[in-house]
Design a protein around this ligand. Structure first.
Ligand code: FAD
Length: 491
C-alpha cells in the first residue's frame, strides 16, 4: 500500500466530516476519542479491521503506572511522582524529559481515570520475577528499578499494573471497557476502512483523510485535526530491513497483521520527522524461574556483559551487541532449572563436570570462563559483584557442580519484539516536522509515535499501554482546545 499526501484542492466532495478524526481504534485511539468527545467534539474513528482493539487487545495488559497509585499503596509501596520521574529520566534519558514530567505528574490521576472507565486492577502484588502473569495480581515489578545504578538514583517501586483478567491477553479486558464507553458516548466509527492519505490545505494544515473502503475511495474532513494511532511497524518487512539490518530470521514481531507502520508512513508523507526508528524491545527471558537470575550470562569470550537481574528486554539488548549475537546462561547444580518461557526456545547445551570442559565445548578462549566463574563466585561469597553490581538478592557462588549451559543467543533462541520508534511528537501529542515545528492539525499517540524509552535497555513492560493511553487522552483534549494538564482538571 502506498501512502501519499493529497491537497485539499484535489478533493471535490467530502463523504463525512467530524471535529476530530482518529485513525486506529486501539488503546491510544480509544482514549483519544473519549477525551475529544467529552470535550464536546464530534469524533469519527477510522479503523481498518472490522472492530476496535488492535494489538492492545491481544497484549498482556500491563500498564507502567506509579507515583503512588492505590494498587501500589495497598501493596505497601510508597512511590511518588518525583521518584518515578527520577527513575524514568535516569534509565530512559532526558530526550523526552518533558513527556516524562507530564506523565509522572498525572500518573495517579491517569490510573484513577482508567479505573473509572471500567478497566479493573486487583489490589494484590506478585512478588516473584515474571514477564507476564496468567493470574490476576494487579501489581508486579516490570522494569530496571532495582538494577544498578537506578536503585541508587530512585527508590525502587514496582510499577507494572496488570489489568485484572486471568490468561494471556488481559489487554482484551481493558479494550472491552474502553470501546464500550466509546460506543455509549456516541463516538462514530468507520470500520473496514484503511487510511491511505492525509489531506493538507494551502496553509500546510492537515484537514482530513482519504480512506479505502470495500473497493471505494472516501474522504473525511477533520475540522480540528487528525490523530494517527495506528500502532508500530513490526509487520512491515521493508521497514524492518531498513531500520534493523541485523535482525536474525529467528526473531519474531508481536502484534496484529495491521501493525505495519502505515500511520508512520502517512505522517512521513506529510513531512513528519521520526525518532528512535532503530529501537526495539525484544524478549526471550531467562526468568521465570527467578533462581536462574543467580546464574551468569557470558558471551563467546567467556565474559559477563550484563547484570543478570536486569529487566529481560535490557538483557536482550545487550545480547544483541555481543560478538555473533551469541550468549550463554551458566548455572550450577544448586540453581539448575529449565527456563519456563518455552517459546523462548533456549537450548540446554549440556551438563559438565568441570568449567574447563564447558569452556572448551562452548569454544571460548582457554581459561576465560574459568576465570569469570572464579571471580564471580569469589565476590558472590562476600555478597557483592564489583563488575556489574548485580543486586545481592541474586548473588551466590557458582560452586556446586555439575554445571550447565543454556544457549540464549539472539540468533538462535526465539526472541519476540515490538518496535519503539515512530513519529516525533511534542508533549501535547502534536506531530513535528524535521525542523522541529508542529504540523498544524496532525497528532500522534501510541506505538506509531516514538516511545519514551527508545531501546530495550531502558524499556519497562507497560511503557506502551501506559503512555499510549495517557498521550492519547492528551491528544483528544488538545485537539478540542483543552490543553490543561489532566491532574489540574481533576481527571
Ligand atoms: C502479545 C503482546 C503483548 C503485549 N503486552 C504488552 C503489555 O503488557 N504492556 C504494554 O505496554 N505493551 C504490550 N504490548 C505492546 C502493545 O500492545 C502495543 O504497543 C500497543 O497496544 C499499541 O497500542 P496502539 O493504540 O498504539 O496501537 P494498536 O492497539 O495496535 O491499534 C492500532 C489500530 O490501528 C489500526 N490501523 C493500522 N493502520 C491503519 C490504517 N492505515 N487505517 C486504519 N486503521 C489502521 C489497526 O487495525 C489497529 O486496530 C504487547 C504486544 C503484544 C502483541
Amino acid at each position: 500500500m502506498t501512502h501519499t499526501l493529497l491537497n485539499l484542492s484535489e478533493i471535490s466532495d467530502f463523504d463525512d466530516e467530524a471535529d476530530v478524526v482518529v485513525i486506529g481504534y486501539g488503546m491510544a485511539g480509544a482514549c483519544a476519542a473519549l477525551e475529544a468527545r467529552r470535550s464536546g467534539g464530534d469524533v469519527l474513528v477510522v479503523e481498518r479491521a472490522s472492530a476496535g482493539g488492535g494489538s492492545s487487545a491481544v497484549s498482556s495488559g500491563l500498564f507502567y503506572l506509579g507515583g503512588g497509585t492505590d494498587v501500589q499503596k495497598s501493596a505497601g509501596y510508597d512511590d511518588n511522582a518525583e521518584n518515578m520521574y527520577r527513575f524514568m529520566t535516569a534509565s530512559m534519558g532526558m530526550e523526552k524529559a518533558g513527556h516524562i514530567r507530564r506523565y509522572c505528574d498525572d500518573n495517579v490521576a491517569h490510573f484513577n481515570w482508567l479505573e473509572a472507565q471500567g478497566v479493573p486492577f486487583e489490589r494484590s502484588y506478585y512478588p516473584d520475577k515474571a514477564v507476564f502473569l496468567l493470574s490476576t495480581e494487579g501489581l508486579m515489578s516490570t522494569g530496571n528499578e532495582k538494577v544498578w545504578p537506578y536503585r541508587d538514583i530512585a527508590t525502587p517501586a514496582p510499577r507494572g499494573h496488570q489489568v485484572q483478567m486471568a490468561g494471556e491477553s488481559p489487554g482484551a479486558r481493558a479494550m472491552e471497557s474502553l470501546l464500550a464507553r466509546c460506543e455509549e458516548e456516541g463516538i462514530r466509527t468507520s470500520y473496514d476502512s484503511v487510511a491511505t492519505a492525509l489531506i493538507r490545505d494551502d496553509d500546510g494544515a492537515i484537514v482530513g483523510v482519504a480512506i479505502r473502503q470495500t473497493g471505494h475511495n472516501k474522504y473525511y474532513r477533520a475540522r480540528r485535526g487528525v490523530l494517527l494511532a495506528t500502532g508500530g511497524f513490526g509487520m512491515n518487512k521493508a521497514m524492518l530491513a531498513e531500520y534493523f539490518p541485523d535482525l536474525p530470521d529467528t526473531a519474531e514481531p508481536l502484534g496484529t497483521p495491521y501493525t505495519d507502520g502505515s500511520g508512520i508512513m502517512l505522517g512521513m508523507a506529510a513531512g513528519a520527522s521520526t525518532s528512535g526508528m532503530d529501537g526495539m524491545i525484544a524478549t526471550a527471558s531467562i526468568y521465570p524461574p527467578g533462581q536462574l537470575i543467580k546464574g551468569i550470562i557470558v558471551n563467546t569470550l567467556g565474559r559477563r556483559f550484563v547484570a543478570e537481574d536486569s529487566y529481560h528486554g535490557r538483557t536482550a539488548s545487550f545480547i544483541m551487541e555481543q560478538p555473533g549475537q551469541r550468549a550463554f546462561l551458566i548455572v550450577d547444580a544448586d540453581i539448575f532449572a529449565y527456563p519456563e518461557i518455552t517459546t523462548a526456545n533456549h537450548e540446554l547445551v549440556d551438563g559438565f563436570d568441570t568449567i574447563e570442559e564447558m569452556e572448551e565445548r562452548l569454544g571460548m578462549p582457554v581459561g576465560s570462563l574459568v576465570q569469570t566463574v572464579k571471580d564471580y563466585s569469589h565476590y558472590a561469597a562476600q555478597g557483592c559483584d564489583p563488575l556489574l553490581k548485580k543486586h545481592p538478592d541474586w548473588l551466590k557462588p557458582l560452586d556446586q557442580g555439575p554445571w550447565a549451559a543454556f544457549d540464549i543467543s539472539y540468533n538462535r533462541s526465539n526472541y519476540l519484539y515490538i518496535t519503539l520508534g515512530g513519529l516525533q511528537t511534542t508533549r501535547d501529542a502534536q506531530v513535528m516536522n524535521d525542523k522541529g515545528a508542529v504540523i498544524p492539525g496532525l497528532y500522534a499517540a501510541g506505538a506509531c509515535s516514538a516511545h519514551i524509552p527508545h531501546c530495550g535497555k531502558s524499556y519497562a513492560s507497560g511503557m506502551s499501554l501506559g503512555p499510549g493511553s495517557y498521550f492519547g487522552r492528551v491528544a483528544g483534549r488538545v485537539m478540542m482546545g483543552n490543553a490543561a494538564p489532566l491532574s489540574e482538571n481533576g481527571a
